[in-house]
Design a protein around this ligand. Sequence first.
Ligand code: BTN
Length: 268
Amino acid sequence: MTSERLIIQILQVSRILTPKTGLPTPITRGCGLKIISYERISSTNTKAKTLAEKQAADWTVVTSEVQTQGRGRSGRSWKSPKGGLWFSLIIRPRIHVDRISLLQFLFANALRKGIEEVYGVQSEVKWPNDLVVEWKKLAGILIETKLSGPELVYAIVGIGLNVNLTAEQLPTGATSIFLVKKKRFSLEKTLGSMLTVLERHYETLRDESAVVDEWWKHCAHRMKPVIIETGNSRIPGKCVGVNPDGSIIIQTEQGNVTVPDGTLRLDA
Ligand code: BTN
């Protein structure tokens, strides 16, 4: 059974962000930030989606101490015991569908910066939208969207950050803030600080090339040999770039190949 624990309302001034390049309409940002916290819930993304369908405001945040059916990319499950930050944002930027992929870079950038400012941990971004420390996964982002024709109705940005998890609680190949810093952090306080950083970064959505450049600058596999695994293929080559549409560019013996989606690993 799920139990709603508390609702915090943080009021903020509303703003209209006018895009610098190419976006058809202004990106409007909501006038409030409402955090809905649960002790236990199936998935904050699923709950956020239900709320978004009921017209929940821009920047409504759903968080839970535990997720019983946390979801990851490509239908994978996401282990979510007590000790992590598991939360989802409802955002309603007025952007064209071809700009949606920019959100994955934007939130990866924002999360990287937040992790640095709030916890003092340096991490790198890994395609498509993971945060890693020495190639171990520290955080993941799952973005789900609803479209109406060429327009985005809302996006749910689900963020899973391994904060106080011990080695025994983590899946293979993952790490946590606790393992890196050897200390535990208050989840409630750091969620507030993290949201402040995410909100600040959200404004960079106006500038497509700055978002992509920032991501590339902090990419763990920039110009490195990698293998991209997609449903039925395996593409080895050097990672030479990413595109604003979210795809990755791999230099292979046959020339450059652009891959829209997949799982990346280092080709050791
Ligand atoms: C991934 O790397 O596969 C993405 C993981 C995203 C996990 C977060 S935890 C909060 C939100 N709720 C979910 O069910 N998933 C996301």
